[in-house]
Every structure is written in C-alpha cells, then in structure tokens.
Design a protein. Structure first.
Lengths: 199, 156
C-alpha cells in the first residue's frame, strides 16, 4: 500500500513538473491572456513568416481580397527570425508566392544562404482559403525550416492560432483593438482633409 | 538464482508503467506545449512556437507623392529585420513584429520615383523597453501636399 502511494506521488510530481505544458491558448481563453496572439474579434488576418533556417529569406505573400496584391517581406535573417503583415478582412485567399501556381519555386520564397547559395522555395500547397484554412481574427504562421538531413533544402509549413481563443480580456495592451482605433482615427483621406481645413 | 515471484513481476510492470506514464506526460506535453501550435495543411507533424505578443507598425502615406520608407528593427538577440516599404499616394500597409524588439530606427525616407527627395524625419530611434512595450501600435506617417514632406512616428 505504501509503495503504491509512493508510486502515485511520483507520478503526480512528474505531472506537476509539466504543468507548464497546459495549452496557453486554453489558458488565454479561460483566464484571459496578457497580449493577444491573434486579431481575435477585430477585422484582420495576421500572416507571420518565421525563419527557422540558416538562410536570409525574401517572402512574397500574394493576397486576393477582390483584387490580387503581392506584399513582400524582404531580407528576414535567421537571427531576426520573423516578420509579419496584418491584412484587413476580408482576405478571400492567399499564398506564399503565386496564388495561381503555388508550386512554382521561381515565384516563391527566395533564400540566400551564408555560403552565397541562392534557391527558390515553393509554397507546395494550394492557396489558403477563408472559411477553410483560416477565419477572420486568426493568425496564420508560415514556418520555413531546413530539412534535418540537408540544410540547403527548405520546407514550408503552416500553423494557425485560432482567433476565437484570442478575444480577451487581456491584462496587457489589446494590440489589435488599438490598431483598429488608430486606423479609424488616422485614415489618410481624413488626415488630409483635416490638414486642408486647418489651412 | 531464485525464480521471480508474482509480486516481483507485478512490481516490475508497475515500475515500467510509471516510467511510461511519466514519459507520456513529457512527450505528450510536447504536443500540449504551451507554445506549440497545431499546423494546417502541409506537414501536419510540424509545430511552431507561439509568440508572446506583437507590435504593429502602420506605415501610411498621406501625400500625393509615392514614397519609400526603410525601417530597421533590432531584436534583443541582435538580429536586424528591415521593413522596406514602398507606398503610392494615400496608401498604407501594416507590418508586425514579435515582442522581442530592442530598438526601431527609420533609416531612410524618400519621396518620388525618378528623383528621390529626402523626407524630413525628426524621429529618433525608438527603444524597445521604454518606447515600445509589447502590444504597441506605431504609426509612421508621411504628410504634405507636395514635397518637402515630413515623417512622424507616434506610439499608441
């Protein structure tokens, strides 16, 4: 009996030691987080590119919001690690490189390795679509990493932070609510009109 | 050597199960890990570490002249991420950086296409710890009906 209690105690200690493994998005949604990890209930989509390779990356993000626009996240170094773009909703679909041909390496990510080697990295998956791969308020993380067997070969994978779990309340700054307010207050046309009226 | 008794055998199984449970907790936590996010499409075995928060940079052109702005974000690990933005008249773009910023400096601001005209920029370097707490929104705005244009940065 004592030996069983001892075993249970050890098992409990092992579990307690890993309490940090409790999913923080669950914690966020239950207890409220510090800062939002996704736009949540604000009308945005966040696309974040993470560079987990040894190359410097230039990443084109092609977006279809009724019109096709290409945004370029340039020169993301390994040490800098990441760069992102915040898009106003609706974003019907987007891809890294080309929406129409996401398997084209020449239209994809440009990687420059420390040795000088340059290579193109295709998205290698169909364009992500609203309502299927992501929803309003989500963060989509595009992760670029090296193959463990050959560091000159890069692969792209995609992860998603569900915006439904990032609706607050937040003990820290509510980044995306603030962004929405700033956009409304400082609309370029409004700013110009105010400046003209002031003159 | 005496044959193991049933009790010894049961203790051995319990020990193995205990180790397995502990290992499962540790390995499983790799899946439940706070900072690992499930993937969608592509390689489903790949997970990435979640950020701690974001800073948003809104760069907007309130002028009728195309502009080009280059901003350097220095991370706490020394890495430098350039934000090279080219905007047409009255256009704006929003960029994000995770909350490991040491400083932000606007290193170049020019107007026009064929003939670059320097934009007056009195914004100094923004320090991450004092000027840019996590969750900040930085508005970098270029204004002016015609050159000379001015650039201002405000932190919210």
């Amino acid at each position: 009996m004592m030996r069983r209690k001892w075993m249970l105690a050890v098992a409990g200690a092992v579990s307690l030691a890993h309490l940090s493994c409790i999913n923080p998005t669950l914690t966020n949604s239950v207890n409220g987080g510090i800062y939002p990890l996704a736009p949540g209930d604000t009308p945005f989509l966040l696309v974040q590119v993470v560079n987990n390779s040894t190359a410097t990356l230039s990443v084109p993000i092609q977006v279809d919001d009724g019109a096709i626009t290409t945004y370029r996240l340039e020169d993301i170094p390994p040490l800098g690690r990441e760069s992102g773009i915040l898009l106003r909703w609706p974003v019907l679909r987007f891809a890294v490189g080309s929406i129409s041909n996401p398997f084209d390496a020449t239209a994809g990510i440009k990687a420059v390795f420390p040795s000088g080697l340059q290579t193109g990295v295709p998205f290698n998956m169909a364009a992500l679509q609203a309502g299927v791969s992501y929803f309003q308020g989500d963060t989509v993380i595009v992760n670029v990493q090296a193959d463990q067997r050959n560091t000159s070969v890069l692969t792209v994978s995609v992860a998603r932070i569900d915006g439904m779990t990032q609706q607050g309340p937040f003990t820290g700054a509510d980044t995306f609510e603030t962004t929405q307010l700033v956009l409304d207050l400082f609309d370029p046309v409004k700013v110009l009109n105010d400046a003209t009226a002031g003159n | 050597m005496p044959c193991p008794t049933l009790g010894t055998f049961r203790q051995a199984i319990q020990f193995v199960l205990l180790i397995g449970l502990g290992s499962a907790v540790m390995i499983g936590c790799g899946v439940l890990n706070p900072s690992l996010i499930g993937s969608v499409g592509g390689n489903t075995a790949t997970t990435v570490k979640a950020p701690s928060g974001y800073n948003v940079f809104i760069i907007q052109n309130v002028s009728a002249t195309p502009i080009r702005v280059r901003t350097e974000v220095t991370k706490t690990n020394g890495g430098i991420v350039p934000l090279n933005i080219s905007l047409t008249a009255f256009q704006r773009v929003m960029r994000t950086q995770e909350c490991d910023i040491q400083s932000v400096a606007i290193t170049e601001a020019v107007a026009g296409t064929d003939e670059s005209i320097d934009i007056t920029n009195n914004t100094g370097t923004l320090q991450g710890t004092t000027d840019l707490p996590c969750g900040s929104v930085v508005l970098i705005q270029v204004t002016g009906p015609i050159p000379p244009l001015t650039l201002q940065a405000q932190v919210f």
